[in-house]
Unconditional design. Structure first.
Length: 317
């Protein structure tokens, strides 16, 4: 019950902030911003079509997963070019590039990319979701693929980069607040890097042990539980998700330092990071549902460790 209340409060707050971003922040675009946005939307629509068509033909629905970390880099540098290479835009684009290259390499280690660009390892969650009774008919899955995987997720990836569009014509010079925001964003990128490495090291070692013919419950500590409870994962069930959401919320703070907000905080581009938070609510709940079915001790882990922010320390019974 407490968990459901927390989710409902988060949903209400994020939706309210998204609405206030438009109502209080306004939605006025200059000719340059409109021209740039048109180009970005064109790229986005092409990506939508690609993800749907290739996903349906190959039955590999990780096409958008493979583009998730690449498209923001493309969008960022398009805005930098159209915005005249201002220092603030360059710093934002470099940070997004650092984030994107690192995430792409991490995904590549999982076998997601192939010379045959349409193939590669598919995210396990799509495999599980296709077996859902509500989606296991071809036409139902095709609609889900079209509207959620291909259209919505592509639109969301474009939306989270919109703070760059908002600041592209700012007359306020790069300042101390910009530097602090950049440092904080870099910190979350490093945090996410550590979390991903800890998870990959754990899962790699676990599967190496399982391939030796051992049963999960017979594996040495900490692998016998089946899920990672060490490092950042000892205090957060999803430290990588925590960092990912924080990265895009912090990117939005550049709109404040660029003085393109109303009432100190509000700009229409806030909607991107807020919708990302909503996406992770669903994504984390779905993945945890899978873990609960696979690992008996995961319920205890949920009870003892916070979902995102690294707070309470996990102690095994």
């Amino acid at each position: 019950m407490k968990k459901d209340i927390g989710i409902m409060i988060t949903v209400v707050i994020t939706l309210l902030l998204s609405i206030l971003g438009f109502v209080l922040g306004g939605f006025q675009l200059s000719e340059l911003q409109l021209d740039t946005l048109t180009l970005l939307v064109t790229v986005c629509v092409v990506s939508m079509a690609y993800c749907f068509i290739v996903g349906e033909i190959t039955k590999n629905n990780s096409q958008m997963d493979k583009l998730w970390s690449i498209l923001p880099i493309v969008y960022a540098w398009i805005i930098v070019y159209k915005g005249g290479f201002s220092l603030r835009l360059i710093v934002m684009a470099i940070l997004i590039t650092f984030w994107g290259v690192r995430l792409t390499l991490n995904f590549a280690k999982k076998g997601a990319y192939s010379i045959k660009f349409w193939s590669g390892e598919e995210d396990y969650r799509w495999v599980v979701l296709r077996e859902n009774p509500n989606l296991n008919k071809k036409w139902k899955w095709a609609l889900f693929d079209l509207f959620f995987i291909s259209i919505y997720q592509n639109a969301l990836v474009l939306a989270i980069t919109m703070p760059l569009l908002a600041v592209m014509e700012s007359t306020v010079s790069f300042n101390v607040f910009d530097a602090l925001v950049a440092a904080l964003l870099l910190g979350f990128i490093i945090f996410e890097t550590i979390a991903d490495k800890q998870q990959m090291d754990f899962q790699t070692k676990k599967y190496e042990l399982l391939k030796q013919g051992k049963k999960l419950e017979d594996l040495p500590n900490p692998y016998h539980l089946g899920f990672n409870t060490h490092g950042l994962w000892k205090r957060s069930r999803h430290p990588n998700y925590f960092a990912e959401q924080s990265i895009w919320v912090v990117l939005y703070l550049f709109t404040i330092s660029a003085a393109v907000t109303n009432y100190i905080f509000f700009n229409w581009t806030l909607v991107g990071s807020m919708l990302l938070i909503l996406l992770f609510i669903g994504s984390s709940s779905f993945s945890e549902g899978i873990s609960l079915k696979k690992y008996p001790a995961y319920q205890d882990y949920i009870h003892k460790v916070s979902k995102y922010a690294p707070l309470r320390k996990y102690e095994e019974n």
